[in-house]
Unconditional design. Structure first.
Length: 139
């Protein structure tokens, strides 16, 4: 069960998907936000990861994440397994973060040309959003 509140909003245009997230914190000064290497944010710092199942097959996914300090994470999951992913997947995308008196925010832009979709007139995809807070070890 999450210990802190989170709000996430989605929008899109012809170029890509926009994700805005607000991670509330009862103690913003306690937010863990160290700098680190790309793709290595999951255990040392607060982070959010947005995973898109663009084929809606419940097996594959593209994950885009960021720590509170702005360290990016991106992965392609070729099978239904949280521990198996393609570390060579380094798409072009943008994200900005900010820590403030309410917690922290993240704004993503994920270009559609970095994702693969089924050839269908109407697109649907699966979605998972995960926030990790190391001080409480909560997802």
């Amino acid at each position: 069960m999450p210990t802190e509140r989170m709000e996430v909003r989605f929008a899109y245009d012809a170029t890509g998907l926009y994700v805005g997230a607000r991670m509330f914190s009862r103690d913003p000064k306690a937010i863990q936000a160290p700098l680190g290497r790309r793709d290595e944010v999951e255990t040392q710092s607060e982070n959010i990861i947005v995973s898109l199942d663009t084929f809606l097959d419940r097996r594959t996914a593209y994950s885009f994440g960021v720590s509170a300090s702005g360290v990016r994470l991106d992965r392609f999951h070729p099978q239904d397994d949280e521990t198996t992913f393609d570390m060579g997947f380094d798409p072009v995308w943008e994200v900005k973060t900010n820590i403030d008196e309410q917690g922290w925010t993240a704004e993503f832009w994920i270009p559609f040309f970095q994702l693969r979709f089924n050839e269908q007139a109407t697109q649907a995809c699966g979605l998972n959003v995960r926030r990790f807070t190391p001080t409480s070890a909560s997802l």
